[in-house]
Design a protein around this ligand. Structure first.
Ligand SMILES: [Zn+2]
Length: 264
């Protein structure tokens, strides 16, 4: 069987576990070449001010290695992590960042790309939005023959594509998620596992399968199609998810990068 090269764009360490864990695990298990493109350094994700900054970056980098070791243990395949290195919460949507992403796609030549949904997002953390927008605009810039075969968005409230997944994998994912000790307590990791099972069961009873859902990017003659205008229901969802997610991000940013001695 042909092996694929698959790029997973992530804003933060742990977004694999929250956003696209089953597909990530299955991609490794099938022996594909898997690359995680991590856009930020994750220096802000804690309430404990004495941990913010370089110290949290070190802790979370170790947690990422531990989580990836869990996947390696079960799949005998290793993910390669490409660190783009922007400050947590400050991933810009500008020419420099865009060129970096264009270069990554040109160098890596992936068959498949996964990124957070930039337009119908479940999470409106600005890093999440830009981690979706940068690949979208990069795809507009590159030539037709450099395009990946398919592009999928995770964290989407408007999915149009379902990948089947295995019920038993929930345990592996909870084990990987539990490695992010600065982010989730062992109890909350278990609760997230239970929550996933409930979500799975709901989907199972409506569709007959356990699935992870995505929105696939449509291409028109080599150009990624811009999404249609939000309809009424989309607007309600947009309002709901911005209200749910933006305050969660803002509360961590009670200190500036300069005050922490960080520089992009
Ligand atoms: Zn995140």
């Amino acid at each position: 069987m042909k092996r694929f090269k698959i790029l997973f764009f992530t804003p933060h360490i742990d977004d694999i576990e929250f956003g696209v864990p089953f597909t990530f695990l299955e991609s490794l298990r099938l022996g594909n070449e898997v690359v995680e493109v991590l856009m930020t350094n994750c220096e802000f994700g804690t309430h404990r001010i004495e941990f913010k900054g370089a110290r949290l970056k070190r802790i979370r980098t170790r947690e990422l290695e531990n989580a990836n070791n869990v996947y390696a243990k079960y799949t005998k395949n290793h993910v390669r992590v490409l660190k783009v290195g922007y400050i947590d919460g400050y991933l810009p949507m500008n020419k420099l960042a865009l060129n970096k992403v264009v270069d990554i796609i040109r160098t890596e030549k992936p068959d498949l790309i996964f990124a957070p949904d930039p337009w119908y997002a479940l999470d409106y953390h600005p890093d999440h939005i830009n981690t979706g927008r940068l690949p979208y605009f990069a795809l507009k810039k590159i030539n037709k023959n450099e395009l990946p075969t398919r592009v999928f968005y995770y964290y989407s409230f408007k999915p149009n594509f379902k990948l089947k997944c295995r019920w038993k994998d929930i345990q592996i994912i909870v084990e990987a998620l539990s490695q992010h000790r600065s982010q989730v307590t062992p109890l909350s990791a278990k609760l997230i596992g239970v929550f996933r099972k409930l979500l799975f069961l709901r989907r199972f009873f409506s569709t007959g399968h356990f699935t992870e859902n995505f929105r696939e990017q449509i291409f028109n003659d080599g150009y990624p199609e811009f999404p249609k205008k939000h309809n009424f229901l989309d607007n309600i969802k947009y309002l709901f998810f911005t209200r749910m997610t933006v305050p969660g991000y803002e509360k961590f940013h009670n200190i500036t990068p300069e005050e922490l001695g960080l520089r992009n």
